[in-house]
Design a protein around this ligand. Structure first.
Ligand code: DGJ
Length: 722
């Protein structure tokens, strides 16, 4: 043992080992992208190249090391910008300098995936950083994360610990952020980056993405365009506080640093313990944003999204029409009407639970997950049975991480709640957040789902809501380690979700957070879809869904037809059909013709879901650029396509209307083009070509005159190869 150690010490200290390492070139590549790392003669790991794939492997060897581009530089290194990592060692020393140690490729069962692990070590202290690079060859996606571990005598404090850092070099950069707030989520705003720092982050803990989504679009050289130019789409798999830093120096080198937001989050890392950062997922496209989105959507379906290739359940939800005001009879009518609409499931929303403090409004009852007796005398069981009789499935809303002060749970377990013990709490939506850092609380939250499913094995679906950020941020469980709260909360949440997924792998769940206050791929490994926004006015929805389409496949974006907006039912439905279709509408007010129309729309959704949910998405005309919008989906075999066009606010007198040029078709195939999903009583504005056959080439070069000068007119067009 001792001898081995001596041998190792000689090898590590020997100067020519150093020389051999300095020659190391590490190629992290996909079919279309190369990230080349190089070790300098001084033993520093640098980024030598990031860009389109190099044709010749030998060329990688010729690229010089990236001077001033240390791949994961630490506070205390010879660099003057934002570091990837900052620690205080056990003895109080604040600095660190990481040297390259080794690299290895870890074999994977899937030939499309390659994992490379690079180890770095501090010059002086027994602290090691492992950088992980997982490449998805076909999808052109790279996932990066870091593990930190040490053998110092006592705990080391992590102040910052990025998941990854990338460098770019270009005369100009344009960053698009996806920001907003309740009812106006994921709105795209593009700005040129100037020297200095731009930060996208959140500090909200739970409902973390309420103001800023955990993803970005970086366009290199020029403003982002759909079909040309270099763009990088990036996102962090983390359902909590994230931070993306874009730091541009005077030489026009841009550093992109992604990771957990270090805000109020110093983490004590005990000797031998491993700190694993969340994964930073990105794709680089040389042909614009459209390709980058398609790649990310493919990757999500293939590797990340729960049941990525499975069907999705169409549904009727009662929230928008009943709010808290319903009883068993009302719900039974909704269940039967779900069958009339042709949807797969009825989804019961908020307001079904609690007895001492019944959930009759949003001020009480959260935490007490027993059905309210006088409202639902037959409990959940009677509703599940009614659904069974009606031939539909039954799903249910829960908000298991939260508690009302007026609840039996709070009375019994005040110590399970995140709050300051010595001050009056402040509230977001009248509720507090449970302390998921506490394993007992994790058991309780898991138990909510477990009890519902074991008592009602036919329960088919959950909508998991989370309406409050972390307020009054103090965890009774964490005691003196309060700065672990934001990180341990998310880890606690994942523990619960892991247990649910292990025990009930096939139960689909919708991720909801007062709209899309949670919309990240960390959570989406447990959820089949997320709720895009409580704003279902179809005009705003076109913008909101447009933003999300940059990162998420249609099957993961919950889109419901409601009574919001004054548009025709057809227009509202044509908007919802571009995501995962549902209804949240007062079914009792629908006429038989409207019910028939909805049924027809559900039929189209199901019939065409191999195209819209599994196919390639092309954004054709952006609502941000004018008065119209258009997007389409093309089946993998290019035999079917579905196109949606929307006239938003045309100005009848000055409007110039251009043909819509399609994309993604086979230029050599002939396609029959037909307008579908018409609603009786809604005028169809005629267009030349309906029912005719065109070549894919014609459709992509000449296009179709589908836009009109009507306000809020929409079309759904089906294309079938002949
Ligand atoms: C917020 C969600 O976004 C809504 O869809 C609904 O479920 C309410 N919460 C219920 O309180």
């Amino acid at each position: 043992m001792k001898r081995n150690f001596l041998l190792w010490a000689i090898v590590l200290l020997c100067p020519w080992t150093m020389w051999a390492q300095s020659d190391s070139v590490i190629r992290i590549g996909t079919q279309r992208t190369d990230l080349v790392l190089r070790v300098t003669p001084e033993g520093k790991l640098t980024q030598a190249y990031l860009g389109p794939r190099l044709l010749n492997a030998a060329d990688c060897q010729q690229i010089p090391a990236g001077v001033g581009r240390e791949v994961y530089f630490a506070y205390g290194s010879n660099d003057y910008f934002e570091p990837a990592i900052r620690v205080t060692h056990a003895d109080g020393h604040p600095g660190m300098q990481l040297d390259y140690v080794s690299q290895k490729v870890v074999p994977q069962s899937d030939p499309n995936v390659q994992l490379t692990v690079v180890t770095l070590r501090d010059k002086v202290y027994p602290l090691e950083v492992k950088l992980f690079y997982e490449t998805y060859d076909r999808e052109n996606v790279i996932k990066m994360w870091t593990e930190i571990r040490h053998d110092e005598k006592k705990a080391v404090v992590l102040h910052e610990e990025a998941s990854a850092m990338l460098y770019m070099s270009s005369p100009a950069y344009y960053l698009t952020e996806f920001t907003g707030s309740w009812g106006d989520e994921s709105i795209m705003r593009e700005q040129r980056l100037l020297p200095g720092k731009k930060v996208l982050d959140t500090r909200l803990g739970a409902r973390a993405a309420m103001f800023c989504s955990p993803f970005f679009l970086l366009s290199v050289g020029d403003r982002a365009r759909e079909n040309d130019g270099q763009v990088l789409l990036g996102t962090l798999n983390w359902t909590g506080n994230f931070r993306f830093t874009f730091e541009l120096d005077s030489r026009h080198v841009l550093r992109v640093i992604a990771g957990i937001n270090p805000y109020a989050s110093e983490y004590r890392l005990e000797p031998g313990q491993v700190f694993r950062t969340p994964e930073f997922v990105w794709t680089l496209s040389e042909t614009g944003t459209g390709q980058a989105s398609r790649d990310l959507q493919d990757w999500a379906r293939n590797y990340q999204l729960k049941d990525g290739h499975g069907d999705r359940l169409t549904l009727l939800n009662n929230w928008e029409s009943t709010g808290f005001n319903f009883d068993e009879e009302v719900l039974k009518t909704y269940i039967r009407k779900s069958a009339d609409l042709g949807v797969d499931m009825f989804l019961l929303d908020d307001g079904w639970f609690a007895n001492k403090y019944p959930r009759k409004n949003d001020k009480q009852g959260l935490g007490d997950w027993d059905p309210t007796h006088d409202k639902l005398p037959g409990g959940v069981q009677a509703l599940v049975e009614e659904a069974d009789r009606a031939g539909v499935k039954f799903g249910i809303w829960i908000e298991p991480e939260m508690v009302s002060m007026k609840s039996e749970l709070y009375e019994k377990h005040p110590d399970w709640v995140i709050r300051f013990p010595d001050r009056e709490p402040y509230f977001y939506r009248n509720q507090l957040v449970l302390d998921l850092c506490n394993p007992e609380v994790q058991d309780y939250v898991f138990g909510i789902v477990d009890k519902l499913l074991s008592e009602n094995p036919k329960l088919a679906y959950f909508k998991w809501d989370c309406n409050s950020p972390i307020t009054n941020p103090l965890s009774p469980y964490l005691k003196e380690n309060q700065s672990h709260l934001y990180i341990d909360y998310v880890r606690g949440l994942y523990n619960v979700l892991d247990r649910i997924k292990a025990k009930y792998p096939n139960v689909p769940m919708m991720l909801c957070s007062g709209g899309s206050g949670r919309c990240d791929y960390g959570a989406l490994q447990y959820f089949t879809e997320f709720w895009a926004s409580d704003n279902t006015d179809p005009i705003r929805r076109i913008f909101i869904q447009w933003g999300f389409s940059h990162f998420f496949p249609a099957k993961s974006v919950g889109a419901h037809v409601t009574s919001m907006g004054k548009q025709s039912l057809k227009f509202r439905t044509d908007v919802a059909l571009t995501g995962k279709l549902g209804f949240d509408i007062d079914v009792n007010k629908l006429t038989p013709e409207e019910i028939a129309f909805c049924r027809q729309a559900v039929g189209h959704f199901k019939r065409l879901s191999p195209v819209t949910l599994e196919g390639d998405q092309y954004r054709l005309v952006s609502p941000y650029e004018g008065q119209h919008a258009a997007l389409m989906y093309v089946a993998r075999d290019q035999n079917k396509a579905v196109l949606f066009t929307y006239d938003l606010f045309p100005n009848r007198y000055t409007e110039k209307v251009f043909p819509v040029r399609l994309q993604g078709l086979d230029p050599h195939k002939m396609y029959k083009v037909e307008e579908i999903n018409q609603e009786a009583g809604v005028e169809v504005v005629p267009w030349e070509g309906d029912g005719e056959v065109f070549s894919g080439d014609y459709l992509m070069k000449v296009g179709l005159n589908l836009f009109t000068d009507r306000r809020e007119n929409s079309r759904m067009i089906e294309l079938t190869a002949q």
